[in-house]
Ligand binder design. Structure first.
Ligand code: G1P
Length: 282
């Protein structure tokens, strides 16, 4: 399976840290977010990954490159881990010339993807899911006939509705919605439901033709949600809920929480962190 990872966003919520560093390189404990995302794609069966980068994102490319200065007689464990990842999947890069929106970033992948369905994961979002989220979406895709795009959704609180693409659909079976319509970041009063698009997609290649037909939408950007609306009308789209937890690292609070959650899973850090957290008694 091919997986496309858009990593071209500007990271405005994380300035000044992201002024000259890509938000996808923010560390969670000791790995950059993008490494978790690539690991997640590989765990779901991806053998070919295309990361869509842009200006100021060179560090993302360097991260998956060989670093001769880190090749030591006794290989460093962190480097061995990265090498293994690169052995399991080829990581390619393409640059988006201007940050014109998520749909435009996906369009940059057209030539690479070709005519097969493909997965999309966002470069700033970690999904801790078992089975991996894209594997859950692929299973649904096959179960539902293998011809319609499948997008991951989860219920979002009222206060977050205007941060997400929101789904209007009919629940055909538990957790599976036939999409009627999608609205990108609506005002609460205009939201057709509380089901938010989480940013993991299994798309049919017809998405590329749909992207060519959309106009700039919310925030003047080419929105993937608008292209999916065309697919919903012409080909059908399913929205599905999933098992697992999603961490949107572009949000400062979630980034902090993710660091704590992941550090508590680390056998070296947990014994020191847990007593510290208990002692805070906030
Ligand atoms: C994008 C999508 C939106 C989705 C969100 C999930 O928005 O356009 O539909 O709900 O990702 O994070 P962004 O967060 O890039 O503004």
């Amino acid at each position: 399976m091919k997986v496309v990872i858009p990593a071209a966003g500007r990271g405005l919520r994380f300035l000044p840290a992201t002024k000259s560093m890509p938000k996808e390189m923010l560390p969670v404990v000791d790995r950059p977010v993008i490494q978790y995302v690539v690991e997640e794609a590989v765990a779901a069966g991806a053998d070919d990954i295309l990361i869509v980068t842009g200006r100021t994102k060179r560090a993302v490319e360097d991260h998956f490159d060989l670093s001769p200065e880190l090749v030591t007689p006794e290989p460093l464990p962190a480097m061995v881990e990265l090498d293994r990842l690169s052995e399991r999947a080829t990581v390619h890069f393409v640059r988006q010339r201007q940050p014109k929106g998520l749909a435009d970033a996906i369009a940059c992948a057209e030539r690479h993807v070709g005519k097969e369905p493909f997965g999309v994961l966002l470069g700033d979002t970690i999904n801790v899911c078992d089975p991996p989220l894209l594997a859950q979406l692929s299973r649904r895709f096959e179960e539902l006939g293998g011809r319609r795009s499948v997008i991951a959704v989860e219920p979002v609180p009222d206060s977050k509705v205007s941060d997400y693409g929101i789904v209007d659909g009919t629940e055909e079976r538990p957790g599976v919605y036939a999409v009627r319509h999608l609205v990108e970041k609506p005002a609460l009063a205009d939201a057709p439901s509380r089901l938010g698009i989480t940013g993991a997609y299994l798309l049919t290649p017809s998405i590329f033709a749909a992207i060519r037909r959309i106009e700039p939408g919310r925030n003047g950007e080419l929105q993937l949600t608008d292209a999916l609306n065309l697919l919903a009308e012409e080909e059908g789209v399913y929205a599905v809920t999933f098992q697992g937890t999603r961490y949107d690292i572009g949000d400062r609070f979630i980034w902090l929480k993710t660091n704590i959650d992941f550090a508590l899973k680390d056998p070296e850090l947990r014994p020191r962190l847990e007593p510290m957290l208990r002692s805070l008694r906030l």
